[in-house]
Design a protein around this ligand. Sequence first.
Ligand code: FAD
Length: 349
Amino acid sequence: SGRRRVPGSYLRALATAALGLRQASTLLYVEHNGAGGIAPATLSAAAAAAQHLPGPLEALVAGSGDAVARAAQSVATVPGVTKVWTASDPCLERPLAETHAKLLADVASKLRPSHVLAASTAQGRNVLPRAAALLGTQPVTDVVKILDDNTFVRPIYAGNAFATVQFRAPPAIRVVTVRPTAFPAAEGSAAAAAPAEALAPELVQGAAGVRAAVWEGADVKASARPELGSAKVVVCGGRALKSKENFAMLEELADLLGGAVGASRAAVDAGYVANDLQVGQTGKVVAPDLYIGVGISGAIQHLAGMKDSRTIVAINTDAEAPLMALADYGLVADLFSAVPELLEEVRKA
Ligand code: FAD
């Protein structure tokens, strides 16, 4: 016949164009500190996308004033990032979930990436599911492994099992959050900075119109210690510490080891430490090189937040405590004598 065969790739490109879809690409939601610092968790998400998702990696930096340019400059040199989109407006100054989700959804609708990605942090977990709802799709959250562009592994039952999930009828835009502890952060900087471009003001206007919430203030504790979620060493204290004052020992140990302090829920509920230090199912997930659990029994809800730590040390008077069973090194001792001794040795080292 006189018919000519049309290559499949040509048909796919045509269908993609006809549906208004772009080739595979990822839009990364960036968390920054306003001073040009990019959250380590975002660097993990960037690495996850660069290594496991197809197509270009475009970053979205939202904020207000100079903070946006500073963050954009930092993100532009993150390995794998191919483009930086910036959105600057007073309504975006604070990471209010309502405004940031609206912006992210509007930008995704306009750019049509195949994936919208963020780190599974307090902020990412707040913003992304809302953006997914605005996009009319379901997010896949807390991903620990990306098998292909449509297949993801995520923990269920507080980390006691892993589910491999797929979008059955892949939506045009797949919204995903990844656990930073499962993907090593992007390191170093790219040889050439990715180009940055400001989004058209009308794209930001939708967010400015959102009046659902007002930022009243933030009570942020300044700390010279590394961030709990990405620290290489975590020293965690439990109920057995008995007081806020006794936590000072663990703070000193953490400082000597260059680590962060964490706590069990019992210690948080007793008011010994602030609740942003809680490790576990309803707290932070940590996976440091070294985790030291002091006076912590190892309830399943606590283990859910730390069992992927590389080396686990437990100090407990009870040799039968569940954390002892998981520990690489278990010290059956009274913490009030063991920790001061340990401090003395570490100070000498
Ligand atoms: P305990 O279980 O009371 O353990 C104290 C340990 O200290 C004991 O093992 C004891 O032998 C030891 N000890 C006592 N004296 C000394 C001493 N002098 N020296 C050394 N060791 C000593 N918990 C979390 O941690 N994180 C969560 O995110 C979390 N989420 C939860 C969510 C839900 C829905 C529920 C129901 C619970 C959750 N919990 C969580 C609570 C959890 O079940 C436990 O109650 C909690 O982890 C216990 O904290 P703990 O180990 O400090 O206290």
